[in-house]
Ligand binder design. Structure first.
Ligand code: SF4
Length: 391
């Protein structure tokens, strides 16, 4: 086995009591693995009593009860009593691993850190272009057996992800929103093309397109994009923004902070001059806040690393590219609507509301597949500031 991680992965260390939005105070129900639940049931002393009083069972799963939204084992200093008294080895898998995530693909394990943790978000978004690169190391674990796994297809998906990351890294080094959003638009076009070949089982065409993409690092597809863009006759920005907000409004809310954020965005994007002049305002924002572009580039690279290889199992390459584009555009909308707010807080809130809610992620994946809001051409149009449409 080999382990694949971004170079920044090892930098993560929980900041515990100094954390402003401690995961132990989140609204999540934290599941316990069987071994840990059994250990807690048998634990002696006051800690054992406290743990047993906090255990609840639902649908065959065991959780730690959170009467006021906070873990009952969190002390007044924001520290975990289990770690303090019994050591980190006494934590369950979920508590021990958060915010780390792992996915398995045959003989490859991929691990990263997730943005629902503010310290992880600081590391991911603040990484240098080099630190966002992926590295490989040998791993003493058995290969992952899954009937759905197809090594040949995995090889193709991984190559697409690799060349997409090379393109994003180039945009990251170049700096600025324009190059980054043009790159995301070009990737949508390339992913649509590759998806069409894969859907027809035409892997000869797929491999030829992929090879061309690798050879010129996306230059050809950028040229193709430029040639296919046509001036936009109608002002689609207002309806597109409305549709994006509608999509997120339908998701289950994680709490008042997200409700408040959506309310502000609805009011901001539903008011003049944003309705009539959104493209110009978005361009002005990107020019004035070019210093935020590197963090957006790292965000796009994080999404690519974390989600793109999901296509190994669901065969939806295009859906993964659309998700990256949609999340980057939504993040920009969040930041524009809250000029006093901080990008890091927006990323963190969005991650908890969307990425770390399984049902919400499933809903978005379905909406993207059935193009309820985010059609490929609509996303390209949004990334090119609604001044062009794909023809
Ligand atoms: S959110 Fe991150 S930094 Fe904060 S307590 Fe949890 S793991 Fe530690």
């Amino acid at each position: 086995m080999k382990l694949v991680t971004p170079l920044y992965y090892k930098k993560f260390k929980c900041i515990g009591g100094a954390c402003r939005d401690n995961c132990c105070r989140g609204q999540w129900l934290v599941g316990l693995d069987d071994e840990t639940a059994e250990k807690y049931r048998r634990m002696p002393g006051k800690l054992g009593e406290k743990l047993r009083a906090a255990l609840i069972s639902e649908d065959g799963e065991v959780y730690l009860k959170r009467p006021d939204g906070a873990c009952p084992l969190l002390d007044a200093d924001g520290l975990c009593e289990v770690v303090k008294e019994a050591g980190p080895g006494a934590l369950g898998v979920v508590c021990d691993q958060f915010p780390r995530f792992s996915e398995y693909f045959g003989d490859r394990k991929e691990s990263g850190i997730g943005l629902a943790c503010e310290e992880a978000a600081r590391i991911v978004l603040g990484a240098s272009p080099d630190e966002a690169r992926l590295i490989e190391a040998p791993l003493q674990e058995d290969s992952y057996e899954d009937d759905e796994y197809d090594a040949e297809w995995d090889g193709r998906v991984s190559r697409v992800r690799k060349v997409f990351d090379v393109m994003l890294e180039a945009a990251d080094r170049e700096g600025g929103f324009n190059g980054l959003f043009q790159t995301l638009a070009a990737q949508l076009l390339a992913a649509a093309d590759l998806q069409m070949a894969a859907n027809k089982n035409d892997f000869k065409a797929f491999d030829a397109k992929l090879q061309a993409l690798e050879q010129d690092r996306g230059e050809g597809v950028r040229r193709e994009l430029a040639g296919r863009l046509r001036p936009l006759r109608t002002n689609a920005a207002a309806s597109r923004n409305g549709a994006i907000l509608e999509l997120f409004s339908h998701l289950e809310s994680i709490g008042p902070e997200w409700d408040d954020c959506l309310k502000k965005m609805r009011s901001y994007y539903g008011t003049e001059p944003r309705v009539s002049h959104f493209p110009q305002m978005a361009e002005a924002f990107e020019t004035a806040h070019g210093d935020l572009a590197p963090a957006f580039a790292r965000y796009a690279r994080y999404l690519l690393f974390r989600y793109f290889d999901g296509a190994v199992y669901d065969h939806d390459l295009l859906g993964k590219s659309k998700m990256t584009a949609l999340f980057c555009l939504t993040l920009e909308m969040m930041v524009m609507a809250e000029p006093e707010g901080c990008l890091m807080d927006a990323v963190h809130l969005f991650s908890r509301q969307v990425e770390y809610d399984e049902e919400n992620m499933e809903q978005i994946a379905e909406d993207l597949t059935f193009e309820r809001c985010a059609r490929t051409d609509g996303l390209i149009c949004a990334l090119t500031h609604y001044t062009m449409q794909i023809g």
